[in-house]
Design a protein around this ligand. Structure first.
Ligand code: TRP
Ligand code: ZN
Length: 479
């Protein structure tokens, strides 16, 4: 309410200015706002504390757009981390201040454009007071440190963020709301940025992050790994993986097959003894490129850690728990995380409630892999099995998952069946053209369920209102 009052007062001030000029006809506030709006007279107000995510209103912040995160981390074998973050952003309104999302850690220093600024911490919000005109670029620099603490996600019933494994390995799994538990961020997929990482670890350790390994600098006691993610990335897909004795291993066969760099970060004992399916990365990329269009980034690979039971599609470097990699079904999880590089990472959700656009599509890729390996009949059998599972589980509508259980079975299994149903309805040509058009149109950006429906209707020429209404929003699984 305070902000509205301040805005009102400034508009009154603007109105009295204008009444001094030749046209002194009384004007309404609305008219003043539209006629007297050169940037110089627009009031300076705080950026909003959220970007308007319907499920998680505190995530992200308004009033600026981050261009780049430069993260320098020094990890000590005692488990502590010292960090420097340099964030460049551009103001999208006249700002009297703005928020970053950030929780935990001790902040040692915070400057904006080199000046110390006033800030306070309020839950997950870091509230900074600093005047920045709309359109201006600015740089926030923060020094912080401590022992990384996992955070309880609002969306999934586990602690996520920066986690530690039993052998002391460190890794980040932040989807959907834990990026801001390890670096100050505009923590929403609608604000993507490029990233550079500098990870200093004790000698003998490996430190990996997203993108390209650009430099390795060794001293007697430490090694610093420089990584660069040049394509836009949502904060939740940023990762760091640190392990004593871990190695970065090139996969020349997959690199050759896919025509892009494939490298994996593996614990020493898996280096010469990785599961066979890991060498299929190149073939998987080719199969998915056929269906979805060109692979959207310059590298791919997985990092494997102990003490993690899941897999997560961090951009260009998916993270896998060792149990996942050693499971007989690994290749299906492998193709699933790979598919997320198109759907999730390049095309990201604009609202977390649309998560079926990530998980349904990645689960559908598992069916495509089965079809590739075993043929159309095997695809149909697998669809029949999963339809049965979905029916028995009585999964609700995939497009409205519960906010406290965002990654439920429906968004995966019923989400994938939505695409199966669409494929049957419009035929292979229009269906795959829809996937490729959608991947291309929203590459490096964000999309909504309605954006996807629009591409499907435009590409196929069909009215798909009923199909999507029943499959996405209906309680009952359609026939
Ligand atoms: N996106 C993951 C998948 O590929 C699921 C997931 C979301 C996850 N958030 C996570 C896994 C956090 C581990 C930790 O299906
Ligand atoms: Zn997934």
């Amino acid at each position: 309410m305070k902000r509205v009052t301040a805005l009102g007062l400034l508009l009154v001030a603007a109105a009295s200015c204008s009444s001094g000029s030749s046209d002194s006809t009384p004007t309404s506030v609305a008219t003043i706002a539209t006629t007297l709006a050169p940037t110089s007279t627009v009031p300076f107000t705080p950026g909003a504390p959220g970007v308007g995510d319907v499920y998680y209103p505190g995530l992200g912040n308004g009033g600026y757009d981050v261009q780049h995160y430069g993260l320098e981390l020094t990890y000590d074998a005692d488990g502590s981390v010292e960090a420097d973050a340099a964030i460049t952003a551009v103001a999208t309104q006249n700002l009297s201040g703005f928020n970053l999302d950030f929780v935990g850690w001790e902040i040692d220093e915070l400057t904006v454009d080199g000046s110390e600024v006033t800030f306070l911490r309020d839950g997950d919000e870091l509230v900074i007071t600093h005047r920045i005109p709309s359109g201006e670029h600015f740089k926030i620099e923060l020094s912080y440190g401590g022992t990384p603490q996992p955070m309880q996600s609002a969306a999934i019933p586990i602690a996520i963020g920066w986690l530690a494994g039993p052998e002391g390995e460190q890794f980040v799994v932040a989807e959907p709301d834990a990026a801001h538990s390890w670096f100050p961020s505009n923590d929403h997929p609608t604000d993507k940025a490029t990233f550079t990482f500098s990870i200093t670890v004790p000698a003998g350790f490996m430190g990996a992050a997203n993108g390209e390994l650009t430099d390795v600098i060794s001293s007697e006691t430490t090694t610093t790994y420089h990584w660069s993610m040049d394509a836009p990335m949502a904060p939740y897909l940023a990762t760091v993986v640190i392990g004593d004795g871990w190695e970065l291993v090139e996969d020349p066969g997959s690199t050759e097959t896919a025509g892009l760099q494939i490298r994996n970060m593996l614990p020493a004992d898996l280096v010469g003894d990785a599961p066979v399916a890991l060498a299929q990365t190149g073939e998987m990329i080719n199969v998915l490129e056929e269906a979805f269009g060109p692979y959207p980034f310059d590298q791919y690979g997985i990092a494997v850690v102990d003490g993690f039971q899941h897999a997560l599609e961090n951009q260009t470097l998916s993270l896998f728990g060792r149990t996942m990699v050693e499971a007989p079904f690994f290749e299906y999880v492998h193709v699933h995380e790979l598919a997320h590089q198109w759907f999730g990472n390049s095309v990201s959700v604009a609202q977390w409630s649309d998560i079926w656009l990530n998980e349904g599509f990645a689960t559908f890729a598992e069916l495509l892999w089965i079809e590739h390996l075993f043929g159309a009949e095997a695809y149909r059998e697998e669809v029949a099995n999963r339809t049965e599972v979905t029916r028995i589980a009585e999964y609700g509508p995939p497009a409205t998952p519960p906010p406290n259980d965002l990654f439920n079975g429906s968004v995966y299994q019923r989400g994938a069946l939505v695409l199966v149903a669409l494929r049957e309805e419009i035929g292979d040509d229009a269906f795959f053209a829809t996937l490729r058009t959608y991947a291309e149109r929203y590459a490096d950006g964000n999309a909504t369920t309605d954006n996807f429906i629009a591409v499907a209707e435009e590409t196929s020429g069909h009215d798909l209102t009923d199909l999507f209404a029943t499959w996405l929003y209906g309680q009952e699984l359609p026939r």
